[in-house]
Structure formats: structure tokens, C-alpha cells
Design a protein around this ligand. Structure first.
Ligand code: MLT
Length: 276
């Protein structure tokens, strides 16, 4: 784990080849560890970086990150994207394949909008480009308040099951336990800040229409959080350059429920990106 940049970043590999680095962005309310199984299966020896997003894992709070960037104090995924860009640039990376799962996907799309020169290829996993409706936004603000009032993350603990597909819920109690451990290790302030940031995110469908690089969209066949329809919407927005991968026996957490197809999609995307 390095802390030289703005965000604490796990360097899974430091590349020895000319391969474009891979930057992996985690989902909510988790940290970089949700990529461990995928990176274990990833062929090649290119650089792989996974920052902990503000308020998660070993990273500073959203407030501190916004302060360091001179950004608005209002929680925002724009701040998260700017922090990721500053962090990977501090690691010497000017161009990368960026892949994000769910909240990580929202951040990936914000990166495409705000730092297009950084994104050589894009992987969108179990995510969506649309904004929240009023009910979803109100629910996020309710959860943000609850975790801050409780001083605990209990209000999001149900996600240890709802993030998983039916197959994992029935056959993989180890994954429920793993998610519980990861969720319990996050702080309520980070959970609240991110919920507020996600509540304010805009629809970024049009941003994808302008993205010219290679991309894939991936979704668990049993994803109940951002289901297949959301993935098809992304695929249509990306037009020519996108591939759609549907991962069997998996819900929203494809990276831990069925990491092989995720690693394969990332490896294929890395090969499609011009290394120069
Ligand atoms: C995630 O997995 O990152 C969350 O489900 C994203 C969200 O709450 O929209």
C-alpha cells in the first residue's frame, strides 16, 4: 500500500512490460480488496493499481481529499475522480485502462468526463450511467444520516447479502462473511460521504457516447442491484467499441463471486488498447 498520492493505493503489480497500466476502482461500501481474486487470475505482468476511494480502506476522508484538491466541500464523485487522477499521475501513470465496479464504475465515467486523456480503455462492471431517482436519492441520504447517528455501519450491513446473487447467497456463506468483514472495516463517515456523493451524481450516458476507446460492459447474470437492463443501456451508449459479458452464477459482486470471466474481460481489454 502506498500513500504518496492523495489516495492510499494498493499496487498489485509493478509492470515490466510496455503494457498500459490497469487501474481498478472498487464498489461501495468496500475497498481495493474486492479485486484480490481477479488480480490473482490476471495474466501478464503489467502494472495494476487499486486506490482506496476517499473514506474507505486506508484512504483519507472525503472532506480531507476535497480540501487537498481545493474542491467543493459538498460530497461529489467529481472529487473522487479528480483524486484518482491525481493519485495515479503521482504514481507516474498518464494513461491507463480504468475498470470500476458499481460505484467504481460511476467514478470511471466521471474520469472519462473530467480526465479523458487518462482513460485509454474502460471496463464497466455491474454499474449504470443513469442518475438516481428521487426515492433512491432519499434512501441514500437516510442511510448517510443513520450511519452518522449510529456511529456504526449497521445500516449498510444488509449489503453483505444483497450484493450477492442467489447462487452465492445459498452456496457461498464464505462470501457473505467476507463482505461482512470488509463492510465492518469501513468507517461511518466514509460511508455517509460516499452515499451523499452518489446521490448527487449526474446522468453520464452522454459521456459514454463520446468515449472513443475500447471498452467492455460486464454484469452478473443474477445482479439485482444493477441488472442486465442497466448493462445493455451502457452497451448501447458506448456504441461500436463495447463488448457485453454476462457472468453466470454471480450477482453484483462479480469480482468475488465469479472472478475468472472478470479477469478474462480485463485481459482482453488490455490487449485491445494501443500501448503507445
Ligand atoms: C456499489 O456496489 O458500489 C453500490 O451498489 C453502488 C450504489 O449504491 O449505487
Amino acid at each position: 500500500m502506498t500513500t504518496d498520492g492523495l489516495l492510499a493505493t494498493h499496487t498489485y503489480r509493478t509492470g515490466r512490460t510496455g503494457q498500459v497500466p490497469l487501474v481498478l476502482l472498487h464498489g461501495f461500501p468496500l475497498d481495493h480488496r474486492m479485486w484480490d481474486d481477479v488480480v490473482d487470475l490476471l495474466p501478464g505482468d503489467g502494472t495494476v493499481l487499486a486506490p482506496d476511494l476517499p473514506g474507505f480502506g486506508a484512504s483519507p476522508s472525503g472532506e480531507d481529499v476535497a480540501d487537498a484538491l481545493g474542491a467543493s466541500a459538498e460530497p461529489s464523485l467529481d472529487t473522487v475522480a479528480d483524486a484518482v487522477a491525481a493519485t495515479v499521475r503521482a504514481a507516474g501513470v498518464e494513461r491507463a485502462v480504468v475498470a470500476g465496479l458499481s460505484m467504481g464504475g460511476y467514478v470511471g465515467m466521471a474520469l472519462v468526463e473530467r480526465h479523458p486523456e487518462l482513460v485509454a480503455g474502460l471496463g464497466l462492471l455491474d454499474t449504470k450511467s443513469t442518475a438516481d431517482d428521487d426515492a433512491a436519492r432519499a434512501n441514500r441520504l437516510r442511510i448517510a444520516l443513520a450511519v452518522l447517528t449510529d456511529g456504526e455501519v449497521d445500516a449498510v450491513l444488509g449489503m453483505r447479502r444483497s450484493l450477492l446473487g442467489e447462487t452465492s447467497r445459498v452456496l457461498r456463506p464464505d462470501l457473505v462473511e467476507r463482505l461482512e468483514l470488509w463492510i465492518r472495516s469501513q468507517g461511518p463517515a466514509g460511508v455517509a460521504w460516499s452515499q451523499r456523493a452518489m446521490a448527487g451524481r449526474p446522468d453520464r450516458t452522454e459521456v459514454l457516447a463520446r468515449f472513443a476507446g475500447p471498452a467492455f460492459v460486464l454484469v452478473g447474470a443474477e445482479d439485482e442491484v444493477t441488472p442486465l437492463a442497466a448493462a445493455r443501456h451502457l452497451e448501447a451508449a458506448l456504441v461500436a467499441a463495447a463488448e457485453l459479458v454476462v457472468v453466470p452464477r454471480s450477482g453484483h459482486m462479480t469480482s468475488i463471486e465469479n472472478p475468472e470471466p472478470v479477469a478474462a474481460a480485463l485481459a482482453a481489454l488490455l490487449l485491445r488498447v494501443d500501448p503507445s
